[in-house]
Design a protein around this ligand. Structure first.
Ligand code: HEC
Length: 452
């Protein structure tokens, strides 16, 4: 098994390193080369529909190669009739198209303090796509879904990293049967790209990206809760703020479902030095189960707010771009803020609501800019940590993934200690006599430090 996995990871390393370079060229932040985790650049928020070249990618496991000729979708469990469908079979069902935001539950995780282990998403773990496919309800009807079905389980063709469990997630039957929940085979008018789940992915508009299973090959209707890792332990939220830095029993947490109302300012960018002339403040706003109703912008540290102009909604689940024209009254230092509201009256908080996995960040975005006599380029961000890799660290930690996922963390020694145990569970070899050396090394290079 190990050798098969090493083979896969070597294969993946050879195939995906050029892809990562290509991705960085398109302005995406590479959070992990393999598995593939790429963040949308800030300019992506200025498009009504996010171009595929800028669309964020989140993969727990290695990207599979799928041969469409032999590909089948199995439908089983609490159904009257087990199905095995080809893509041609699926295309015989009515085609449905809709625009929807997909946002990673962990988008914004890097903004929490104290810092939280996991991919360090800033703002761009989100995109607005045009999805086309068939209603999941139509497929379930064809299989004769039984009234005993409570959750629908989705399985993909992706190849697990190390000994981590397969990425398997369930959606409650009511949401699965919603007419806007799709099995999508197209994205932005073309066949689903490989990184986005070719040939078929789930689209669950309004809900977190963790529900949008990619590379779907099997659908199983269950008459009970699913106890798999990614439902029972992963993607759970306490549903309220907890004391920062504390652990919460996973049993007291609920699965992440609806997204929260949120807005991001994409222009001007943080650190910009503007001239004294007129500026357009712009960005995008989106929400979960209730649509975006308004966005207000403040340029005076939250004292006064003005309504921004919103683009037309492409659908109930689409993000809406916003603009506000602003002429700075004088030279100085300004904080630009945006605050969205949904139709149900929910709005964004001003202070973070810390939770153990760093999910659903939607704090009012604050962008610090300087207004000077003439505009100039923003200051370059601080260089990432450097150093010669320690041999035991290289042997233990680089293989299943690259250093990129490690270098973006800002963890205390105790947090790194827990991470070593987790990696051991996922199949890493962490010899007891190397543990202290590894901890010293990880803490000295990737220890807790302020964000900037
Ligand atoms: C046997 C394979 C394997 C090895 C070796 C390995 N990891 Fe991982 N690592 C994983 C898996 C699986 C994930 C989770 C991937 C995902 O869900 O996106 C991960 C993710 C991570 C992350 C991202 C945060 C998280 O927890 O998801 C960090 C940081 C990390 N590993 C650190 C390390 C360190 C430090 C070492 C060396 C002790 C190491 N890894 C060795 C399998 C491995």
């Amino acid at each position: 098994m190990t050798s098969r996995r090493m083979f896969f990871s070597t294969l993946a390393a050879a195939g995906f390193a050029p892809l990562a370079a290509e991705t960085a060229k398109r302005g995406m932040r590479v959070l992990s080369t393999r598995p593939e985790d790429f963040e949308m650049p800030m300019e992506g928020f200025l498009s009504e529909v996010t171009p595929i070249e800028q669309f964020f990618v989140r993969s727990h496991h290695y990207t599979p190669k799928v041969d469409l000729a032999s590909w089948r979708l199995a439908v089983e469990g609490e159904v009257g009739r087990t199905l095995s469908l080809s893509m041609d079979d699926l295309r015989k069902l009515p085609r449905v198209e809709l625009v929807s935001v997909i946002e990673c539950a962990g988008n914004g995780r890097s903004l929490y303090e104290p810092s939280i282990i996991g991919l360090q998403w800033e703002h761009g773990g989100v995109g607005n796509g045009r999805w086309a496919g068939v209603r999941l309800a139509d497929v379930l009807k064809q299989a004769g879904l039984k009234p005993t079905a409570r959750h629908i389980l989705f399985d993909g063709a992706d190849v697990p990293v190390g000994t981590m469990p397969k990425f398997q997630r369930t959606v409650p039957t009511a949401k699965a049967l919603h007419p806007d929940t799709l099995l999508a085979y197209e994205m932005n008018g073309q066949a689903l790209p490989v990184s986005h789940g070719f040939p078929l992915r789930l689209a669950v508009p309004g809900w977190g990206g963790d529900c949008w299973t990619k590379w779907v090959t099997r659908i199983q209707a269950l008459d009970r809760d699913f106890e798999g890792f990614f439902m029972a332990t992963g993607y759970r939220h306490p549903g309220k703020a907890v004391v920062p830095g504390t652990a919460v029993d996973p049993k007291l947490m609920k699965p992440v479902e609806s997204l929260h109302i949120k807005s991001v300012i994409a222009a001007p960018l943080e650190g910009a030095v503007l001239g004294t002339g007129p500026v357009t403040i712009s960005g995008a706003a989106w929400s979960g189960d209730s649509p975006v109703a308004s966005v207000e912008v403040s340029t005076d540290r939250g004292r006064t707010w003005k309504p921004a102009r919103l683009s037309a909604a492409l659908s109930r689940y689409s993000w809406r771009t916003f603009q506000l024209a602003w002429t700075p009254p004088e030279q100085g230092h300004y904080v630009l803020m945006a605050r969205a509201r949904d139709a149900a009256g929910n709005t964004q908080p001003f202070a973070p609501e810390w939770n153990p996995s760093g999910y659903l960040w939607n704090v009012v975005h604050q962008v610090l800019v300087e207004v000077a006599a003439a505009a100039s380029a923003p200051k370059a961000p601080a260089a990432p940590a450097t150093g010669t890799p320690n041999a035991r660290y290289k042997a233990a930690c680089i293989g299943c993934h690259e250093e990129d996922v490690i270098a973006q963390q800002r963890l205390t020694r105790a947090q790194w200690d827990r991470e070593l145990t987790k990696m051991k569970n996922w199949g890493a070899s962490v010899p007891d006599d190397a543990r202290n050396e590894l901890l010293d090394y990880l803490t000295s290079r990737f220890g807790y430090r302020p964000r900037r």
